[in-house]
Design a binder for this molecule. Structure first.
Ligand SMILES: [Zn+2]
Length: 311
């Protein structure tokens, strides 16, 4: 019995090594609550979204340099330690099937969560990842299924870098959804995320923050945590906002426990990329620490637990 368990464990580990060598690394998955009374933001121009989808995406080739293989082997040890924590993370009950736009941190911790929507996107997602790595910051990416299909190597990188992933539908449309159509949008995306990264996410963000077109009600039924935002960088305004304007909008609304809306895909995000290092520097100056949405939720859940413990 013990031998067969050991065999299964070694077999699983071998699969993990293979998965990593293919660039698949497990990351965080998660969820959430709260009430919402946010204004629905102007949607990103859908036509523009479609037009901006890069064409003729080169096929991803699996070529692993020796140096990279060594780095991957190191990562295996780390991954095994974190395996239970990341893959088996379960969403705290109070957040399942709820909508949240910020969390209430009662302690003095000044934390904030950066979120990036509409990727993976050629160039800009990688640029955002480079900046986050340089700043040693983890963020949360709400990804679009058909973009993942076009950029499988980028989503693998997002997870390998330790960022959290959320579902942002397959096709990023704004119309009314039947339950069956909503199910397809969720499941196709969730299946591809899982296939490429091993992550099962239970975070969802509705395209353009639309709450009443059938997607959010489906998400609630399926116990997804619907993650909105409390800080709008307004980078979706694209040509109608300056880099400084984007930074100012974010800093003006930033508060501890806040969730910041930004975009790494869906159009020209060069302003987001340009603003990001300056924004991070300013928030750091103000004493903020950066966490993922799952970490933010966990913080609130733990605080609630502590508050309910009777002496
Ligand atoms: Zn979006």
């Amino acid at each position: 019995m013990a031998n067969s368990r050991l065999f299964i464990r070694q077999y699983k580990l071998s699969l993990t090594v293979i998965a990593i060598n293919l660039g698949c690394i497990a990351g965080l998955s998660l969820s959430v609550e709260h009430s919402i009374n946010s204004k629905i933001p102007l949607p990103i121009n859908e036509e523009k979204y479609q037009q901006n989808q890069p064409q003729n995406i080169p096929k991803f080739k699996v070529e692993i340099p020796q140096q990279q293989q060594k780095a991957n082997q190191k990562l295996v040890g780390k991954l095994v330690q974190e395996e239970a924590k990341s893959l088996n993370f379960s969403v705290p009950l109070q957040f399942q099937g709820k909508t949240i736009r910020e969390v209430k941190i009662k302690s003095e911790q000044k934390v904030i969560a950066l979120t990036f929507d509409d990727g993976p996107w050629q160039n800009t997602t990688v640029q955002v990842l480079d900046i986050l790595k340089q700043e040693t910051i983890k963020a949360t990416f709400f990804v679009v299924g058909k973009s993942i299909k076009n950029h499988p190597h980028i989503i693998k990188q997002v997870v390998a870098d330790g960022h959290a992933i959320g579902n942002h539908t397959w096709s990023h449309q704004y119309h009314q959804y039947s339950s069956a159509h909503a199910a397809r949008e969720f499941n196709q995306t969730a299946d591809l995320i899982y296939k490429l990264t091993g992550v099962k996410t239970s975070l969802f963000r509705p395209p353009a923050g639309i709450l009443n077109n059938g997607l959010v009600s489906y998400a609630h039924q399926q116990k997804y945590a619907v993650i909105m935002w409390s800080v709008d960088s307004k980078d979706w305004r694209s040509r109608h906002i300056t880099v400084q304007g984007l930074i100012d909008s974010t800093l003006k609304a930033a508060q501890p426990g806040g969730i910041v809306l930004m975009h790494d895909g869906g159009g020209d995000r060069s302003k987001t990329v340009e603003a990001l290092p300056k924004l991070i520097a300013e928030l750091k100056k103000q004493g903020y620490q950066f966490v993922t949405v799952p970490e933010l939720l966990e913080m609130e859940a733990n605080e609630n637990k502590r508050l309910h413990v009777t002496p």
